[in-house]
Design a protein around this ligand. Sequence first.
Ligand code: 5AD
Ligand code: SF4
Length: 450
Amino acid sequence: MKKNSVYIETYGCQMNVADSEIVMGILGNNGYELTQQIKKADIVLLNTCSIRDNAEQRIYGRLGNLKKIKSNKPNMLIGILGCMAERLRKDLIEEKKIVDLVVGPDEYRRLPELIDSAFNGEKGIGVKLSRTETYDDIIPYREDGLQAWISVMRGCDKFCTFCVVPFTRGRERSRDLNSIIDEIKLLSSRGFREVTLLGQNVNSYMDGSYDFSDLLASSAAVDRSLRIRFTTSHPQDLSDKLLETIASNTNICKYIHLPVQSGSNRILEEMNRTYTIEHYLTIIDKARKLMPNVSFSTDIISGFPTETYEDHLATLDIMQKVRYDGAYMFKYSPREGTKAFKMVDDVSEETKSKRLQEIINLQQQISLEINQSLIGTEDIVLVEGESKKSELFFSGRTDSNKIVIFPATIGIIEGDYVKVKINRATSATLFGDLVEVISKRETEVNSIAV
Ligand code: 5AD
Ligand code: SF4
């Protein structure tokens, strides 16, 4: 009997979520089936993340659990995919005896072959990086739903000194524009309502003479009731043309994730971020002139080597100046192989934590103030389903990616666009009342019983 049931667990960023769908696309074409139950699986795959040490520690913890499961089921294969596979390679197999497969992000096409050899008792290792692999022709495995992620480019050439991604995901390469548009057409016909174009650095997208603005404009033209989002943007490549494209297309969300990392020019230089705070603020100003309602989110690292208290204050200052709608905030974590790894990690753990807490507190206060200023306003919400806490409420998102909770109403299903009037706000959530239905989802899938 063919051993063909696969359980896959995904860690880390949305690129990994998209990659897991590609993996299941490849395995599906080769006769494998997805299972949601680990105990029924012949093959357990962990799609891993190396961005910070704590991400890797979580995977090691998980491998500890899997060891117990495997002791009752010795024929089950365990595979490590993604960034950790690339970073640790054979070490993973030598150190963690229960790992049978180690496959990096550019070798997923070889998975069926590597799985076969692993079932035959050899370890399956595929960790070469490629300059060309984009999985353009693979149709990712996706359940029906509202939101889909499409990776439009892979890798990163920026080499920020703290970041392991250029080493684990290799050089930048872009997918063919037409294949992306075909994928969006397919998603639209299946009733999807939101597509996020993904890349470590989406603004560097290039297919012949088509740049990322061209890709965004063509994606938006497929179906005007399909929201288009994108992430992540690098401040160095965020062009005027791109801002104008976002502004002039109603269904491109007016929401830009623009990692700043630090507010200090000296630290930005040490990080090799290639922009200054002044340049960064010019982009924010331009965007706000073109789109008064545009929202920004960011990534911030606290405690990069040599960061002084003044540098930290500069980070708090840029947060006050931009007033981000949201932020992902991290303590600096040294990653082997990166340039910063050779610097002395001289900010103590205690100081890193203290600074991070100040950054988090400030962001919460800013998010709360922004959200409270929205009380009394109306906004369009894409209904995503019942709220997590109660079936009497629906949850959805605004164009600016804010979660809105409002009373469940008969006749409204997930995928509808509705107008909601905001009447209460916390730093993370808006609450409101339904004003009117703006547009119904055409397919009758996934209706919600009220
Ligand atoms: N330590 C802490 N944060 C990091 N990031 C990337 N590398 C590191 C690191 N070594 C953060 C950056 C990046 C986000 C995806 O993760 O803020 O934008
Ligand atoms: Fe890492 Fe910098 Fe590339 Fe982002 S732009 S993936 S932080 S190297």
